[in-house]
Ligand binder design. Structure first.
Ligand SMILES: [Fe+2]
Length: 527
């Protein structure tokens, strides 16, 4: 299944040091070596690296780790300290993952985006009122090569032309965006590469290029698959699936017991724009192509993969599940941004698709081709897109829901991925965590106060068969006045105004997070 079944580690190390030795030196090491009078030849650099073997990250580590900075420490903490009461019947694992740079990048790539660190998975096992913590790097092909070489070998975000020659052919995936549990495997995901399969209890990496038994044919797989609310199937897709900049998208369904691919289809998109998330209902699949694009020119300039092109429209594609994709229809919209799916459903010929988004680019770390970044316009809101497949319409409609709620990282009760849903959740910045109720059309908030920031939350059902939205929100609070120490907090999803039910005090700052995922204890393998 592996793209390159992990080159022998030693071979990668030695090969990596030869013609491209500059990539093993950080800027300060290079300057120290130059001042010492070393000849700048490949031989000289290799020997200087040996003399400068110590590892040195830049002083501002946020450049490399985003909000989570750099951790690099894999830890186990048995029986964490808990304040308040963990509900006695709460049983499961809260998984999370984010970029945690393994090595500093060489000076010429120091301006890479903050999300290009190696995936570091953390898990909180909650049972009988106790909490055990574990964290492990995902042993991607990239991680293993860099580990062996003791240096950064991969250049800019999704730009393989900037890599050390020694890693050509290895998967560039960092597995740093989302963790997802299905058919007994924990899948660590990054949308530019296939999943990495991990053991859900030990966090041991089992397969660094997981293709669902060979059923995934393309080169990529989303970080945001969905689970069918009735059948338990996993539905996922990959874009740029036939290689860098290609306009090919592969869509697959995966059996919940066997892990085998039961349906797949290939489609073409109007242009190769970012497809970070998508929609799946009982009947349909939706894609929103946004003007976050790439090109050979961008890659040739050693840039990160994407740039925002405001001259392009967005396109909403709708196709039937289970077909061959030939019924796919594209509906045109303004060139606006949307990133994460809150929920969606089909009602006869009508399709409803809710995402968080904004009228313009929301990622300031990606360049804009025609204007400068506008932080006010980039403020996120919940956007409901709508089409009626029975009509001859060329455009899709957008309605802003809850205009007073501003945020990103939309989530829902994950048991309702493919059906009509009532409750949505949003990381609402200074407003805290927002809970929106589409039935009452009211929003509630949990605000942690001025000295704490909140990561994305995850919904935890009170019981496996609890009604939609009946349960908890769980997530990480960062204590800004305590050297950014981490707490895991739990609140009632229906009564956020009551405050925190339980706090798991971590004695340190844990690795940063993009997304998290809850898995109930009865779904986990037995120890
Ligand atoms: Fe995401």
């Amino acid at each position: 299944m592996q793209k390159q079944s992990g080159l022998p580690a030693g071979a990668v190390t030695r090969a990596g040091l030869e013609p491209d030795s500059t990539l093993t030196l950080d800027r300060r090491s290079f300057l120290r070596a130059a001042l010492a009078g070393g000849a700048v030849t490949s031989t000289g650099l290799a020997s200087m690296r040996s003399a400068e073997a110590g590892l040195s990250f830049p002083e501002d580590r946020r450049l490399f780790g985003g909000g989570g900075a750099v951790s690099r420490s894999e830890n186990d903490l048995y029986d964490c300290e808990v304040e308040g009461d963990i509900p006695a019947d709460l049983d499961g694992v809260f998984y999370r993952v984010g970029p945690d740079p393994q090595y500093p990048k060489p000076a010429q790539y120091e301006n890479d985006i903050p999300f290009d660190g190696e995936g570091h998975v953390t898990m909180f096992r909650i049972k009988d009122g106790h909490v055990d913590y574990r964290s492990r790097y995902v042993r991607t092909q990239r991680w293993k090569a860099q580990h062996a070489a003791r240096s950064s070998l991969f250049g800019m975000y999704r730009n393989p032309g900037t890599d050390a020659p020694s890693v050509k052919g290895l998967s560039r995936g960092t597995a740093n965006t989302q963790v997802f549990y299905h058919h007994g495997k924990l899948l660590a995901l990054k949308e530019d590469s296939p999943p990495v399969a991990m053991d859900p209890l030990t966090l041991e990496t089992l397969d660094d290029y997981y293709t669902f038994g060979g059923g995934l044919k393309g080169e990529t797989f989303t970080a945001h698959p969905k689970i069918d609310s009735h059948t338990g199937e996993l539905i996922g897709f990959g874009y740029e699936a036939k290689g860098l900049l290609t306009d090919d998208v592969e869509i697959i369904s995966v059996d919940p017991k066997t892990g085998k691919v039961t349906w797949s289809a290939w489609i073409k998109v109007p242009y190769a724009g970012m497809l970070h998330d998508f929609g799946v209902t009982e009947k349909h699949i939706m894609f929103l192509v946004i003007p976050m694009v790439s090109s050979r020119e961008i890659l040739a300039r050693n840039g990160p993969h994407f740039a925002w092109d405001s001259t392009l429209p967005s396109w909403l594609g709708v196709m039937a599940r289970g077909g061959d994709g030939s019924d796919l229809r594209w509906f045109k919209g303004k060139g606006e941004m949307a990133t994460h799916t809150m929920g969606n459903w089909s009602d006869g010929s009508k399709v409803y698709f809710d995402m968080d988004g904004a009228p313009t680019n929301q990622f300031p770390f990606f360049p804009q081709l025609h204007e400068s970044f506008d932080p006010n316009a980039a403020s996120g809101q919940i956007r409901r897109m709508r089409v009626d497949l029975s009509r001859k319409q060329d455009n899709f409609e957008v309605e802003i829901l809850y205009p007073e709620v501003r945020g990103v990282l939309a989530r829902q009760d994950d048991r309702y991925h493919t059906v009509h849903y009532r409750f949505g959740f949003l990381q609402a910045g200074r407003q805290g965590w927002a809970i929106v109720d589409h039935q009452t059309q009211l929003a509630k908030f949990y605000n942690p106060g001025p000295d704490t920031t909140l990561a994305e939350m995850c919904f935890v059902p009170r019981r496996k068969d609890a009604p939609e939205g009946d349960g908890y929100l769980i997530g990480i609070a960062t204590r800004l006045k305590e050297n950014s120490r981490s707490d895991l907090i739990l609140i009632d999803a229906q009564h956020p105004e009551d405050g925190v039910i339980a706090t798991v005090h971590m004695p340190y700052r844990i690795p940063g997070q993009v997304h998290g995922f809850w898995v109930g204890g009865s779904d986990l393998p037995e120890v």
